[in-house]
Design a protein around this ligand. Structure first.
Ligand code: ZN
Length: 60
């Protein structure tokens, strides 16, 4: 039985996508993440279920 998605989860997905830089593939996203990490600290790359591309986020 699949769990119904809560409003909170949906909101998180939108905020994890909206207004963020998109990367067409993981290789590119990781390359840019490395450069960013030098200036601003650790960056994680994640695949977005919303738009199907990759974004940068902060490590948890
Ligand atoms: Zn996205």
């Amino acid at each position: 039985m699949a769990k119904p998605q809560t409003a909170g989860q949906r909101e998180w997905q939108v905020s994890a996508c909206k207004g963020k830089a998109r990367f067409a593939n993981g290789t590119l996203a990781h390359r840019v993440a490395k450069e960013r990490a030098k200036k601003k600290g650790a960056v994680i790359v994640y695949h977005c279920r919303w738009c199907g591309q990759y974004h940068h986020g902060r490590p948890q």
